[in-house]
Design a protein around this ligand. Structure first.
Ligand code: ATP
Length: 491
């Protein structure tokens, strides 16, 4: 089901992200790299807060999950066994009129299939396009080395080093790698999950866990998307937060429900309301053939309702494929039943970048508030959950020219820094300083003024003004209470 889109709102969000240093186009000064993004000083903080909280909830606060940090470069055999080399593709067409390259599911259905950009019906035949990105490792780089014909006999597994001569040089070529001709071909992983499956046995042995238990991973994944779009939503380089939760075959469907609910709770805890989330029970025909059940958790972005996370019961497909291909046992021995079997798995797989985008979209607001002279003005504010906010607290001396105020404000910065990321700002009118923090989602502001020294009222000595971003309410708080008050909100 689709929802109305809000292009103007999205444009404002993209502009804020650049203006305030959340997200920049990658390689921008060279014209940009399509579908690739860099996170600026605030974006990286937001991303870290999200990943750290996911890790805390999914790993540290549980007895049954351990972590893994697998490599990005992936052996071609891993992705052959998993089915990605053969089948990880999108169906693609070209529009002969405006030359757009499109995914088939982007075509408009209007008295036949039409190009969504120019409306033309002059569309090419559908063809499959593999989304995996390849690279080469080892000393032979096919693109930069001189071209030469490698004798076929030398490419079979087990052959040793041989020499080839080009016009200028002699190269030693090592073809002892068992993969023969493909020795240098590797993939940038299209999902983090496969390294978890391939390391299943190692992790099981070292962690001595019993089923059900999970292996969690956060890391980069790469897909050569045909049409990257909607800002960071569909990128070619992105990050995933994945859990592979291994279990017995009889527990799969029940755990699918369990993880769907856990993941919905997670989004609420980072500030995305349940009302903006939708659970799509993916129909049989659209699920991966090995999955017995898949839920997509979707969010209402300004450009429509789209997937944030997939929660899938993948049966024992992946482990079985790797066991059959590698010929290495990936079974689990149940001490109680004395049975040996290949575990099944339920996988909640979330996108870091899509969640960041959802957080920013959800938090963005404009309201009307009085300025210092009481005139109404538009305030741009990010209502980020304090847990996610890049900067937790702004600290401001009322006047930058007063050394006593400045020294006290810096003392407060030192007091708070071991507990949270704070920002010291002494420039401009205090109202402007609040607005700058509102726009980047800083939930608290502390102002040191003359009351802090108890000049008019000794009862106010060693207190500061604590301002709340959302309500803009201000309260007087003792400096010694600040750490407790603030940490209770951001934990
Ligand atoms: P879609 O249907 O949107 O292409 P998918 O179903 O292929 O997504 P999965 O393979 O289930 O996605 O990947 C799990 C999660 O990884 C997604 O829910 C999403 O959050 C994230 N993800 C996948 N592809 C991309 C991408 N190109 N850019 C950003 N995040 C992505």
């Amino acid at each position: 089901m689709s929802t109305p889109t809000d292009t103007q709102r999205m444009e404002k969000i993209v502009s804020l992200c650049k203006r305030r240093g959340f997200i920049f186009q990658s390689s921008e000064i060279y014209g940009g790299l399509n579908g690739v993004w860099d996170y600026g000083p605030l974006g990286v903080e937001l991303k870290r807060n999200l990943k750290n909280y996911w890790w805390r909830v999914m790993v540290h606060e549980r007895d049954d999950v351990v972590g893994l940090d697998g490599a990005i470069l992936t052996h071609a055999e891993v992705l052959k066994a998993s089915g990605h080399v053969e089948g990880f593709s999108d169906l693609m067409v070209d529009c002969r009129t405006c030359k757009s390259r499109l995914r088939v599911d982007q075509l408009m259905e209007k008295d036949g299939q039409r190009c969504p950009r120019c409306g033309s019906k002059d569309i090419t035949e559908t063809r499959a396009f593999n989304l995996m990105l390849e690279t080469h490792i080892g000393s032979i780089n096919p693109s930069s080395s001189p071209t030469y014909a490698v004798p076929q006999t030398a490419l079979t597994a087990g052959t040793a080093v041989f020499e080839i001569t080009t016009t200028s040089q002699t190269h030693a070529v090592d073809v002892r790698h068992p993969a023969g001709e493909q020795m240098a071909l590797v993939y940038l992983r299209p999902e983090t999950a496969q390294s978890i499956f391939v390391q299943f046995k190692n992790v099981l042995e070292v962690s001595r866990k019993k089923l059900p238990f999970g292996i969690a991973q956060i890391g980069k994944a790469f897909r050569n998307e045909i049409n990257p779009r909607n800002f960071t939503f569909r990128s070619r380089e992105f990050e995933q937060m994945e859990l592979e939760y291994f279990c017995g075959p009889e527990q799969g469907m029940e755990l699918l429900e369990y993880w769907k609910e856990e993941r919905l709770k997670f989004y609420e805890k980072i500030g995305i309301p349940r009302t903006k989330l939708h659970v799509l029970n993916v129909p049989d025909a659209e699920r991966a053939f090995y999955s017995k059940g898949t839920y997509d958790i979707e969010y209402d972005f300004p450009f429509g309702r789209h997937e944030l996370e997939g929660v899938a019961y993948r049966t024992n497909y992946d482990l079985k494929q790797h066991q059959d291909t590698s010929k290495k046992p990936l079974e689990y021995f149940d001490e109680e039943t004395k049975q040996r079997f290949i575990p099944h798995v339920v996988e909640p797989s979330a996108g870091v970048d899509r969640t960041i985008l959802a957080l920013i979209c959800d938090a963005y607001a404009e309201d009307q508030v009085p300025d210092e002279k009481g005139k109404m003005e538009t305030r741009i504010v990010l209502h980020l959950h304090p847990r996610m906010a890049p900067i937790k607290c702004g600290v401001f001396p009322l006047l930058k020219k007063n050394p006593q105020l400045v020294a006290k404000a810096k003392e407060i910065v030192d007091l708070l820094r071991p507990h949270m990321f704070v920002f010291y700002d002494e420039s401009g009118a205090i109202g402007r300083r609040y607005r700058r923090q509102d726009e980047i989602g800083t939930p608290f502001g502390i102002t040191v003024d003359f009351e802090t020294f108890g000049e008019k009222n000794v009862a106010l000595r060693d207190t500061v003004t604590l301002r709340h971003r959302d309500s803009m309410k201000q309260e007087r708080v003792a400096i010694e209470e600040l750490v407790n008050i603030l940490t209770s909100h951001i934990r």
